[in-house]
Design a protein around this ligand. Structure first.
Ligand code: PMP
Length: 376
């Protein structure tokens, strides 16, 4: 799927003149690659630089005194500072578990919440449209511990289950709560987008397991750092065990880089992100209105404790519906116009929907709007 943008990249690597004919470049908005933050970190300079001497971070171990033995204390400190600054999650009385992206922590949480002695794999559900990685990651190793069971809204099993709650939701951007709420259920809250760039901060979340990713806060997806705030000690220990068995810890170099970058985070990145997202959403809504061939959801505003203003949701993805007569496959339609997106089908929805990343570089976002306007 990435051939279009890759071939462009390759020509630069090989020192050839990249094509200036932007009409022929396929823009890839399928992944949520948060490259829009690059200009911010370019401008930050010194405060975002890390130097690691050859003799440092060699050991498997960190000098951590907490439960997560491979977590760098500096990173833990920055995580606590950041949640206090933003006010989006409670860290008091929580164990922090660091992971190789929140993708690893999601799997660690499934492992920790399932019972090795159960006769049947525990059902894993999430309200549709759900993040497409949830079913993919849950089932790819055909675990005997857990099994994807689809849309939480139609779940009618009566045994134990695990519900994934993504809020604000990937792909459609809405604020979510658990929908099943049965006795034997456990929840994992994925709060990847509960940051001031994307959402009003209406309170400090205090769920049992909360997952966060460095990727969507500062844009450093490639550093592969995520963390979980976990109330229950036993669950946090099992998650740590999973990571020990899976990767014997998490890259120290990445943790130190994340700590350094998070240390440079104050209001600046949130202002930068919010302004850019607000401008992009305005432009997208205008383009959608002009074409008449698409629709996007309307989002409510709420008072944000962080900005001190009433602010709307500004989701990291556009959940775009094709309203054009005779077009059933929105993804195919946009692809024929040089825009790669992810089909609604992968999120438990229909092919009339696509998810489009709003976090790409300016050039690609501009091309996206241009092409949307001419696709009508
Ligand atoms: N959860 C959600 C809702 C996401 O959108 C993403 C990234 N697309 C992740 C988790 C994974 O993040 P990470 O890069 O930390 O693995």
């Amino acid at each position: 799927g990435v051939s279009g943008s890759n071939s462009h990249l390759l020509s630069e690597v090989e020192g050839k003149t990249p094509s200036t004919d932007t009409d022929s470049v396929v823009i890839n908005l399928d992944h949520g690659d948060p490259t829009m933050f690059e200009p911010f970190w370019r401008a930050t300079g010194e405060r975002g630089i890390v130097v690691v001497p050859g003799w440092q971070t060699m050991s498997y171990f960190s000098r951590a005194d907490g439960l997560c033995w491979f977590m760098e204390p500096k990173l833990a400190g920055e995580i606590i500072r950041l949640h206090r600054l933003v006010g989006n999650a409670r860290t008091e009385g929580r164990h922090i578990v660091v992971g190789t992206g929140s993708t690893q922590l999601f799997q660690a949480a499934l492992y920790a919440l399932s019972s090795p002695d159960a006769l049947e794999p525990v059902s894993v559900v999430s309200a549709a449209p759900f993040y497409s990685s949830y079913p993919a990651v849950t089932d790819f190793l055909r675990s005997g511990l857990y099994r994807w069971a689809g849309d939480a809204r139609s779940f009618n099993g009566d045994g134990p289950y695990i519900e994934l709650v993504c809020s604000p939701n990937n792909p459609d951007g809405f604020v979510m709560e658990a929908v099943v709420n049965k006795e034997e259920g456990k929840t994992i809250h994925d709060l990847a987008y509960y940051w001031p760039q994307y959402a009003p901060i209406t309170g400090a979340s205090s769920h049992d397991i909360m997952l966060f990713t460095f990727s969507k806060i500062t844009g450093h997806a490639g550093t592969r750092i995520g963390w979980a705030l976990v109330k229950d000690r036993d669950v946090a220990e099992k998650m740590t065990k999973f990571i020990e068995l899976n990767t014997i810890g998490v890259s120290k170099d990445s943790q130190l880089r994340a700590a350094r970058i998070l240390g440079a985070v104050s209001d600046g990145i949130f202002d930068f992100g919010r302004r850019l997202m607000a401008e992009r959403w305005d432009r997208l809504r205008e383009a959608v209105r002009i074409t008449g061939s698409f629709s996007v959801p309307e989002y409510p505003s709420a008072d944000c404790n962080f900005t001190g203003e009433s602010t709307p949701l500004l989701p990291a993805f556009a959940w775009l519906r094709c309203e054009k007569e005779g077009v059933e496959d929105c993804r195919g339609f946009l692809r024929s116009r040089g825009i790669l997106t992810r089909s609604g089908k992968l999120f438990g929805s229909g092919p009339d929907y696509v998810r489009v990343s709003m976090l790409d570089r300016d050039d690609n976002f501009n091309l996206f709007i241009q092409r949307l306007l001419s696709a009508a």
